[in-house]
Design a binder for this molecule. Sequence first.
Ligand code: FE2
Length: 276
Amino acid sequence: MFEEMIYVLKGRGATTVWPEGGKKQTFEWQERSFFSIPLNAWHQHFNGQGGETVRFIGYTNAPMAFNLYHSYDFVFNNSYQFTDRYRGEEDYFSGKGVAVPEKRVWDASFIADIEKLQFHDWTRKGPGATNVELEFCHNMISAHITRSPVGAYKKAHRHGQGADILVLEGKGYSLMWLEGTKMERYDWGTGYMFSPPHMWFHQHFNTAKEPLKMLAFKPFGQKYRVGDYEKLFVSTAAGGHLIEFEEEDPKVRQMFEEEIKKDGIPLNMPPVKYRR
Ligand SMILES: [Fe+2]
């Protein structure tokens, strides 16, 4: 009785899924596959290699389900079928999906390889940024992948807890802080995972000579909204949760410029006139 998204880090294998009393269906996955188990559907994972370990990340909203019902029996021994989400359709895991470009969304159940996804303009967040929002299986939880160019960074923003970020490819650091407190810096590289705390501002910086790729798992999406999703893209000056470059502490850009200068990377940011 909780949603789950699975991202495959290593190896290959297959998953069998079926609705209670229904026909089983199996699909195969490998490194960089991304899929979801429809809510409360039966499922079983198989490692497809003889001597190799499979490694994947399962992102769930299980903590919320347990907090809400505080019943192991209800959460795990529950036969209710969400037929509005999944009825064992033959092509459910075929890789088909629906694109909603104006929301930068790819809505699917199974993605064979995230490298083949179509990315959209996401310069609202920063110069040269592109992104794709991933909605799976009519879930509340969702994900996104963002690419940031060399020598540039995106604006800081904040939201509730539960977003987990995986650095798919890259090197850099994040600044995170609660309004009115000191900014903390966290350095990372490929394969690092971290989670910005509840309502802490967070801002990620690519210091590598290659574009940065980040995958974020989120307890909220655009399809079935909870909380103040719209405020994510409204500037703090207008009561939202996004810090425009003009509103940011000048030290932020200064630190980034100093960092990339060490490797001879030029700053690729528009000039800014600070309001503070
Ligand atoms: Fe965020």
